[in-house]
Design a protein around this ligand. Structure first.
Ligand SMILES: Nc1ncnc2c1ncn2[C@@H]1O[C@H](COP(=O)(O)OP(=O)(O)OP(=O)(O)O)[C@@H](O)[C@H]1O
Ligand SMILES: [Mg+2]
Length: 482
């Protein structure tokens, strides 16, 4: 609260002084109505500026004001702004002319124009220049609040659409809840509820297919941010050159081809949760930027002077041991500590086999209508086989097995065992029969058997394994380099 007042004072009484450090928004509880939303008021009349700032401050995260287009431009260079409330008649350049420039430079925020002398022509010109709304002075508090609210809603919807489109194009669907009555799963559900209530960064570790993404979504859905966006980012599937600008956004001209400024995924996650999946795959340079973000709660788009205040909860996941990645020098130790404020490790399915029948029935019930097939029962014998099996691909493998069975119309349990016991050509000498096979060997055997079943087609194998092709290639490369 205090900090918000400081930002107000400096903006109100020293409109010329552009402070180099963005006043930090009070983190935590969002203001009712329009959270995480920063507004710039540009009007040459001090009284109007005071009035607007006073009206908006209790409702917004961050309000700044300036007396001219030039001052406004100066503030915009150093601060992220979601909405500009802009007077048309300003000393020097008019509001409309400045707005045209701003749009050309790629400013994509909302703009409300205000003026005392309006005719239809000016209004049309303003809307053509890219204004979202147009208000006549004098106006009353509810009028301006309504206009701001509408702008906020529009921008929130645009963000939401963007996130939904990304999810649709990546084939993800909404969370379906955790299934499992075993004591580990019950404990997990309990701690999820506690952890969801706070905004601390969470690190999810566990083998592939154990439900890390599901847990990340549950953390979001159970949190006070549930109404905000959930933005999943697969760190392994983005090109290392573009990942920084994908995450943090970039300014116009930041690099060849950056013809427009663009907001990053962090920005789209404002007020919600950013899920950094396969975080171990982040290049070291990006790890440094991520560390800075976690420390400052701000991002700086690539090639920009602007600092964007953040209110984003970070959940990271990896199916590698991050501690091992740190030892191997591939992951920053300081970032590792920053990420694992809360550390949740998901158990492999073979360690809570009592959940297998429940999960199998759950997937049967869930997938039958989706696939539009006949319902299928599981006999006690079949269930016993399913429970005995080790499921190296964990819950995902079980789900895929059920899906395959429903499509083929038969529960081919023996096929499961046939793949699992197929001799592995490249089995290391150490992994002798009967010896406790370590996790890596188990994983390697599984990957090799899947590769084998698709005649070495890596894209297909990666799909079946539910990992990115890049991850698969990295694993394979690790086995061949001593
Ligand atoms: N406890 C559970 N209850 C119901 N479904 C589950 C559970 N655990 C996992 N699943 C389902 O199993 C599949 C794989 O889970 P998910 O994608 O979350 O795994 P992951 O740990 O992220 O794997 P990877 O490391 O390969 O990305 C998903 O379809 C998920 O919905
Ligand atoms: Mg995953």
């Amino acid at each position: 609260m205090n900090q918000r007042v400081i930002s107000l004072k400096s903006a109100l009484f020293q409109p010329h002084a552009v402070s180099p450090d963005t006043p930090t928004p009070s983190p935590g509880k969002p203001a009712e109505g329009w959270p995480f939303w920063s507004i710039l008021v540009v009007d040459d009349e001090q009284g109007m500026r005071n009035f607007l700032v006073k009206t908006l401050v209790p409702r917004c995260q961050f309000v700044m004001s300036a007396g001219s287009a030039e001052e406004g431009a100066e503030l915009l260079r150093g601060h992220h702004v979601d909405l500009i409330i802009l007077d048309i008649s300003l000393p020097g350049r008019s509001g409309v002319a400045w707005l045209k420039d701003l749009r050309e430079q790629g400013f994509s925020g909302e703009v409300i124009l205000i003026t005392a002398f309006a005719d239809l022509e000016t209004a049309i010109e303003a809307l053509r220049a890219g204004a979202s709304d147009f208000i006549l002075k004098p106006f009353r508090v509810p009028q301006i609040l309504n206009a701001v609210k509408q702008c906020y809603e529009r921008s929130r919807l645009a963000r939401e659409n963007y996130v939904l489109r990304r999810e649709l194009s990546s084939g993800q669907c909404a969370s379906d809840g955790l299934v499992g009555a075993s004591s580990v799963m019950k404990q997990l559900s309990q701690s999820l509820r506690r952890v969801a209530a706070v905004s601390s960064t969470v690190l999810l570790q566990g083998e592939s297919g154990t439900g890390k993404e599901l847990v990340a979504r549950a953390l979001h859905d159970l949190s006070p941010r549930a109404k905000g966006p959930f933005v999943p980012v697969n760190c392994a599937s983005m090109s290392p050159e573009l990942i920084e600008s994908e995450l943090f956004g970039h300014a116009r001209g930041a690099f060849t081809g950056a013809t427009r400024a663009r907001d990053g995924l962090f920005y789209y996650a404002q007020g919600g949760t950013l899920f950094l999946d396969e975080v171990a795959e982040l290049p070291l340079a990006v790890q440094a930027s991520l560390l800075r973000t976690l420390e400052d709660h701000k991002i700086r788009p690539v090639g920009s002077e602007q600092l964007v205040p953040l209110n984003v909860r970070i959940v990271a996941a990896t199916n590698r041991s991050l501690a091992q990645e740190v030892t191997a020098g591939r992951f920053r130790k300081d970032l590792y500590y920053r990420l694992q404020v809360v550390d949740i490790t998901l158990p492999p399915l073979r360690e809570h086999k009592e959940d297998i029948p429940g999960l199998a029935r759950h997937f049967m019930a869930q997938l039958t209508p989706v696939l539009n097939v006949e319902p299928m029962g599981i006999s006690d014998t079949e269930m016993a086989y399913l429970t005995q099996y080790d499921w190296p691909g964990n819950v995902r493998e079980l789900r895929n097995f059920v899906e395959r069975s429903l499509i083929l119309g038969t529960l081919n349990v023996s096929a499961l065992y046939a793949v699992a016991t197929r001799p592995v050509a490249v089995a290391p000498a150490g992994a002798s029969a009967g010896a406790a096979i370590d996790l890596q060997t188990r994983e390697k055997q599984h990957i090799l058997s899947v590769l084998d079943s698709v005649q070495g087609d890596k894209t297909r194998a990666a799909q079946l394994l539910g990992i990115s092709r890049r991850t698969l290639e990295r694993r394979c490369a690790e086995w061949t380099t001593p």
